[in-house]
Design a protein around this ligand. Structure first.
Ligand code: GLU
Length: 304
């Protein structure tokens, strides 16, 4: 095949933050991204998002990787770790600065909250206080990206057409935080591009982050992957299952097959009752022959 004409192999990924053991919600994201990549004959990568060092829990990354192995969710190539890729985020930040897209911001979180025109789904909308320079010679804290006043649109196979005006709904957003850490939005875009990701499958809690990531890709000249957001597993209090619901961490005692069945059921895949409790490899083989994005329900629901 001539150079440049070979058909691209889809590349998916699972990108857990090592802030605790894998819970049912992250298992659903792992299973969904794995099945969609593998069913398309693609590769599936794992990336540990350990950039937010204050939130990283020692041993959690290894624990998550062991759990994935126990489920038979085997990844391709080496595990990526964001903590080892800081120079790449720095380089991207410098490129954006060179394009005149960044500005230093001296506002504290409290000040942004107090002066925001409104508090959206993603928190207070940045009011643009430091766009023309940090007022009154105050020290710069964070670095923000100027955003355009126009709609950014994309199609999500589960949730339909999405539209967001970053200027109205988010405001200029932080790429380097006051504590010096690179923001999730920057790192995720740099890593997805560097690892050749073509499909991003993750929880619906990140649906509202996708326009920021699409815009960053445009600024940096990266191709945009396809995005699919999975319904969230809710805890007993109706919020996303997370570390707070310690009891819902994937228990060592439950058979992987049983949990896989529940994850596939949660994803609307019509997994037969008689496969409940079947060994994990059998369930995965079933899933890889039948998994369909069209069956994923567009509503979050209680876990299990
Ligand atoms: N690290 C994020 C999380 O664990 C996921 C990021 C992503 O998939 O883009 O919620």
């Amino acid at each position: 095949m001539a150079e440049g004409t070979c058909a691209a192999v889809p590349v998916g990924r699972f990108a857990p933050s090592p802030t605790g053991p894998l819970h049912f919600g992250s298992l659903v994201a792992a299973v969904g991204s794995f099945c969609l990549a593998r069913c398309a004959g693609g590769r599936w990568l794992v990336r540990i998002e350990d950039l937010d060092t204050p939130r990283v829990v020692a041993g959690a990354a290894e624990d998550i990787l062991r759990t994935l192995e126990r489920f038979g969710l085997t990844w391709d190539g080496p595990v990526w770790r964001q903590s080892r890729r800081r120079e790449h985020y720095e380089a991207a930040l410098n490129r954006l600065a060179g394009q005149g897209r960044l500005f230093a911001c001296g506002c504290s979180r409290k000040e942004v909250l107090a002066s925001a025109p409104h508090v959206g789904e993603e928190g207070p909308v940045y009011p643009g206080t430091c766009r023309q320079g940090v007022p009154g010679g105050r020290p710069a804290r964070a670095w923000r990206l100027r955003v355009p006043d126009r709609l950014i649109e994309f199609d999500d196979p589960v949730w339909g057409r999405q539209r967001q005006n970053l200027a109205v709904e988010v405001g200029d957003f932080v790429l380097r935080r006051a504590d010096g850490l690179f923001a999730y939005q920057l790192a995720v875009v740099v890593d997805d591009a560097a690892s050749g990701i073509t499909q991003v499958v993750r929880g619906q809690d990140l649906l509202a982050s996708t326009p920021r990531q699409l815009y960053l890709q445009q600024c940096l000249g990266y191709p945009a992957p396809q995005y699919l957001h999975l319904p969230l597993a809710l805890g007993p209090d109706g919020t996303k299952v997370s570390k707070r619901h310690g009891a819902l961490a994937v228990p060592e005692s439950l058979e992987p097959g049983e949990l896989l069945w529940r994850a596939l059921h949660f994803l609307g895949q019509g997994v037969p009752e008689e496969l409940y409790g079947a060994p994990a490899p059998e369930l995965l083989a079933w899933a890889l022959s039948c998994f369909r994005a069209e069956r994923i329900p567009a509503r979050s629901a209680p876990a299990g």
